[in-house]
Design a protein around this ligand. Structure first.
Ligand code: ATP
Ligand code: MG
Length: 411
């Protein structure tokens, strides 16, 4: 039985997590994990290549030790405030009286991709959203169907070329060749969304340390994505100012006493903390801390709400919202999200996979686990072919017929 390795590295603002998976007979077995605190990244953007590459190298090294494999290439998560999504259309004429073939679909997608992309942007993903044949819309899978003209509507996701170049350089300094860059919430979605949710319409909201990344899935594929530069670090920062304590102290208080809803916290709960200056130990009301957190989290979900409205798909999210990411664990987060967004909200963590360490069953690791699922959904033969003609690179590489996990289901 043949097997191959898939490696995912989630390069986050808070931590770098490398996971090694072995793919055997359509299933994936986790054989190694390496988690390392991150340095040199702010709001999803590289700010210090040397520090970040050292953190990546350390995480990779741990995963190599636990798995016993040498890691040379990996799928890498990417977020950052300069990620943008938009829609494009492409079409091709079909000759001869034969059914639509894979290569026709690929040509149509390629045509949709040839729209003008500003030279300071790189294409990350080109995701087919809908097909039509001779003007007949809503064709889920055109393969084998007859017609004269095939049209495709795609979601194109781009990132700033210089952000990608910096990430590229950082990875190479850690001796890692990026296989592909996968947009953060797309990877998280692979790990935590059910096929039913994706079909019905759902927004996944990954609330990390530096950014909150969201993606809207409808009819099984990604229709829209966005990155909001608010995450757990900003909440801790607010607490730092309000409490007049160092960042590390505020962070520890957030993890131990934090709550996203003031009214859910008892008025009598309080605790002592060592502050800056001459006051020494000071007593804080837990509800006051919750008030500070609630203000920022409310702002966050209001921005998410605005982003959903702007996408035009707000009426289509029948499965509501799914929150994940480290910061989603803050008590009261789900309820607050439900109030602000006005839709049902579920808190999600990656489901168990064979060989998965318990530590990964935590919302912080949705992206890391999702990167492996992305790898599982890729056909290694197609990948080789794609690499052969230069399309397989993450930079500007398109995932059309290759990235099956994000294509509409083939019935
Ligand atoms: N139990 C918890 N309760 C509340 N907040 C938590 C908890 N655990 C982690 N966090 C917060 O989650 C954030 C880190 O989340 P995560 O690990 O998803 O970030 P990341 O992926 O490294 O960052 P990003 O995706 O923004 O680059 C930090 O702000 C941290 O304080
Ligand atoms: Mg993250």
């Amino acid at each position: 039985m043949s097997s191959h390795l898939v490696v995912g590295i989630d390069v986050g603002t808070t931590k770098v997590c490398t996971i090694v998976g072995e793919v055997r007979a359509d299933d994936i077995f986790i054989v190694g994990v390496g988690i390392e605190p991150s340095r040199g990244m702010k709001k999803g953007i590289v700010t210090d290549i040397t520090s970040l590459s050292a953190a990546i190298a350390a995480s990779v090294h741990k995963a190599e030790k636990t798995s016993g494999f040498d890691i040379k290439r990996a799928f890498i998560s990417i977020a950052g405030k300069d990620v943008a999504g938009f829609t494009s259309r492409g079409s091709v004429g079909l000759t001869g009286n034969r059914g639509v073939r894979d290569e026709d679909v690929e040509r149509a997608i390629e045509n949709a991709r040839t729209i003008a992309i500003p030279h300071n942007k790189e294409v990350l993903h080109v995701i087919p959203r809908a097909y039509s044949l001779d003007g007949q819309e809503h064709v889920r899978s055109p393969i084998g169907m007859h017609g004269f003209r095939l049209d495709v509507e795609v979601a194109i996701i781009t990132a700033s070329a210089s952000s990608i170049a910096n990430l590229d350089q950082t990875l190479r300094a850690a001796l890692i060749e990026p296989d592909r860059y996968i947009l953060n919430p797309l990877a998280s979605g692979e790990a935590v969304l059910t096929p039913e949710e994706r079909e019905m319409g759902v927004v996944i909201i990954d609330i990390g340390g530096g950014t909150t990344d969201l993606a809207i899935f409808i009819e099984g594929s990604v229709w829209h994505s966005a990155v909001i530069p608010i995450g757990g670090d900003l909440i801790t920062n607010d607490m730092t100012h309000w409490m007049k304590v160092p960042f590390e102290v505020a962070e520890a208080v957030k993890l131990q006493h934090g709550h996203a809803r003031e009214k859910a916290v008892g008025q009598t709960e309080s605790f002592m903390v060592e502050t800056f200056g001459e006051e020494g130990m000071v007593r804080f009301q837990r509800s006051d801390i919750a008030m500070v957190i609630e203000a920022r989290v409310t702002e966050l979900f209001e921005r998410v709400q605005r982003e959903i409205k702007m996408s035009g798909y707000d009426g289509l999210l029948r499965a509501g919202a799914v929150i994940t990411g480290g910061c989603a664990q803050l008590p009261g987060m789900r309820e607050l999200a439900q109030d602000v967004l006005g839709m049902p909200v579920r808190l999600a963590r990656p489901e168990a996979m064979t060989g998965m360490a318990d530590i990964l069953r935590n919302p912080s690791y949705s992206t890391s686990v999702g990167l492996l699922r992305v790898g599982l959904n890729m056909d290694p033969m197609e990948e080789i072919a794609a690499n052969g003609n230069g399309k397989g690179r993450g930079l500007g590489g398109w995932l059309g017929g290759i990235f099956k996990g994000l294509l509409p289901d083939e019935e």
